[in-house]
Design a protein around this ligand. Structure first.
Ligand SMILES: O=C(O)CCC(=O)C(=O)O
Ligand SMILES: [Fe+2]
Length: 268
């Protein structure tokens, strides 16, 4: 039996993770999942890292300003091994789980803007069976740019291009939720789910870790979280353009080069 939309919205926010609700909703808010002691250690580490390496200015990624490019200190890189994640993930993926990517997405004075409506799967390599766990190290609310999730939208799968989704192009819509989060809460999201976020207007830093997990049989896995590796082959997702002899991106680069060359000719 399928669970109806309003019932799903009511059931996807709880102290207890429900894998059936997650499968139907594509998103689940787990309250009080990580102990405050663990959270405090991560927050202290973040505060020290921010003060020493980020506060005076940082290398903002032009394609995705909220995505932190600076490499994380060891304690924050090791967040992926928090047992609270494995307890949730084994209910989604089974006993063998690996990390696809671990990064921070932040809204401070250098990247306060909104993030357009999109899904993540179209940016991923390997198998499509992936999900993010968002871990708030700060309070997250509409005023500092909380994320919104379109409940159930993952059911459409991958939409065939990467970029801003036009919800008006569909003759149905999804309930949109914008959960307020406190440190200790987690959001788990199917990577095909549509999501977006508003600007940070309060100035209170919005700090989220975004860790993408997947079954351990995926050859793009970076680190094992629990169980055993289920693959003998691995490849790096770094600079994936190099994996093609010809592609959409390579064509765009070629056209861009040709255009720049003809612009130079025209002005000389
Ligand atoms: O930080 C946010 O609000 C969303 C970031 C995001 O969805 C992404 O980078 O894919
Ligand atoms: Fe995203």
């Amino acid at each position: 039996m399928t669970i109806m939309h309003q019932e799903l919205v009511d059931r996807l926010d709880s102290d207890t993770f429900d894998p059936d609700v997650f499968r139907a909703a594509g998103v689940f808010v787990v309250r009080n999942a990580v102990s405050l002691e663990v959270m405090r250690a991560w927050q202290d580490e973040w505060a020290a890292f921010y003060a020493s390496s980020l506060r005076e200015g940082r290398d903002v990624n032009r394609a995705n300003p909220v995505s932190l490019t600076e490499s994380l200190p060891e304690k924050l890189a090791a967040m992926v091994h928090e047992p609270a994640f494995a307890r949730i993930l084994t209910q989604v993926f089974g006993p063998h789980v690996a990390v696809y990517n671990h990064r921070f997405v932040i809204k401070d004075q250098f990247s306060p803007g909104k993030v357009f409506l999109h899904q993540d799967s179209c940016y991923h390599l390997g198998n499509l069976n992936k999900c993010s766990i968002f871990t708030p190290l700060s309070v997250v609310d509409a005023a500092n740019g909380a994320m919104s999730f379109h409940v159930g939208s993952h059911k459409l799968g991958v939409l065939g291009d990467a970029g801003e989704i036009n919800p008006a192009a569909f003759d149905f819509s999804w309930p949109k939720i914008t959960p307020e989060l406190n440190p200790g809460d987690l959001v788990i999201m199917n990577s095909s789910l549509w999501h977006e976020s508003g600007p940070n207007t309060s100035g209170v830093h919005r700090i989220l870790a975004d860790t993408i997990f997947q079954p351990a049989d995926d050859p793009t896995g970076k680190e094992l979280v629990c169980g055993e590796w289920q693959t003998d082959i691995f490849y790096s997702t770094q600079n994936h353009i190099r994996l093609f002899t010809n592609s959409r991106i390579l064509k765009l680069i070629k056209y861009e080069k040709e255009r720049a060359a003809s612009d130079t000719k025209a002005t000389s």
